[in-house]
Write a protein that binds this ligand. Sequence first.
Ligand code: UTP
Length: 480
Amino acid sequence: MSDGAAADGAALVRAFEAAGQGQVFAFLGGLAPGDRRHLLGQAAEIDLAEVARLNAGLAAGATAGPGGDSDLKPAPFERLPAGGGDRAAWERARAAGEAALRAGRVAAFTVAGGQGTRLGYDGPKGAFPVTPVRGKPLFEVFAHKILAAGRCWGRPFHWFIMTSHQNHAATEAFFSERSWFGLDPARVHFFRQGRMPAVDFNGRILLEAPGAVALSPDGHGGSLRALERSGALDLMAAEGVDTISYFQVDNPLVHCTDPAFIGWHLLRGSEMSSKMVPKAYPEEKLGHFCIREGRLVVIEYSDLPIELQRLREPDGSLRFGAGSVAIHVLDRDFVRRMARPSGERMMPFHRAEKKIPTIDGSGRPLRPDRANGIKFELFVFDALPFARNPVVIEARRADDFSPVKNAEGVDSPRTCREDQLRKFARWLKGAGAALETDGTGLPGLSVEVSPLFGFDEASFAEGWAKLDPKPAVADGFYLE
Ligand code: UTP
């Protein structure tokens, strides 16, 4: 280590000691030079003032939860024309969105920094094979939607992908080995999200090894500050992009750059817009769009009392039935503002009590069998209350939402595969192809349409109309 670095190290140690976090360096003296540098590097990443603020909140028993629910109202949303929405307004929105897409104002943004613990897949979640016939990975599905939509609007998109420290190198390698799925590599941008230290129940930062802090990704809400810190927002500004189409890595059904959604956002002068689907049943694990104290908020399923989740309107619909599907459009300057928080504009950290692998006083590993500490995460929807004119629009679940979250059961590879099959079958049948489906729209055969053939129903129908003769649909049918 150079003298300068050693001096910086000493200053860092003093700052941690002054903050009551000196235990982070308890083993510093005995570390090999590489481990020492690693630990100091990790420590330099930690915002001690932020940790102190969170600890003060812990001591006061504060949570990032929803607050009281006495003043809670369901949030209004724009209904789809099929459900009684204003068709002309949807058409105006679509036209405005298409104009923005043609003008190159929109970038795609995928958050892919999660740990994917529930799925238990060994590798970045975006590499998980998901399509019904070809078993294409999630990243390929998005890449081809983005490629095809870019061709359609005459403007190739910039695509920003947020990774974590854990999966960054593997994600980049995955794209490089597959030649960026045909995209221009200069338009695919990877950046890492931030990390937060885990603390014990007394607010003391935990070590996972003598030379390593227990750090974990700072949540999908960390994407706003990571977009700023990484220089992504500057690049967008230089490229004339002012509108960010945000989606999660686990949902292959998503319309990555939806003109109508983008149009609603722009025409309303919204800084952050969201898609909702009606909850399928009261206990479905979706966040709820609500209005509290005049502001749009999303209240997680675990935070809304079950009586409220079950409450029905006179027409039988769920009162708090607007489910969040984590699809947003964000204004670039709004993201910049949120990334530089001030007193009144601070997204809350959510706390989760977890089993955190750590070490004992002599540096030996401890694998706790019950929660021994707290992890902190930011959630992207917590930016909504700070956004001007936020708009929520209805999405058709079958078009936009079927995430892969769990290894089995709901939101699993099986349900997602079936939802893709239903969507392809619906498109094929709509275009006149002969295909048997059951009462839920599920075909008896495996079929798949590449986004390069049709990235939405309209582009599919256009492509199909040009086919002469029309192909017969058999098991394993694939169109590209
Ligand atoms: P989830 O809430 O489903 O979490 O993330 P996860 O980490 O992927 O999965 P589990 O809970 O460990 O099983 C929703 C989306 O937010 C991203 C994920 O990659 C996914 O696209 N995310 C989540 C991040 O980018 N960073 C995070 O810190 C957390």
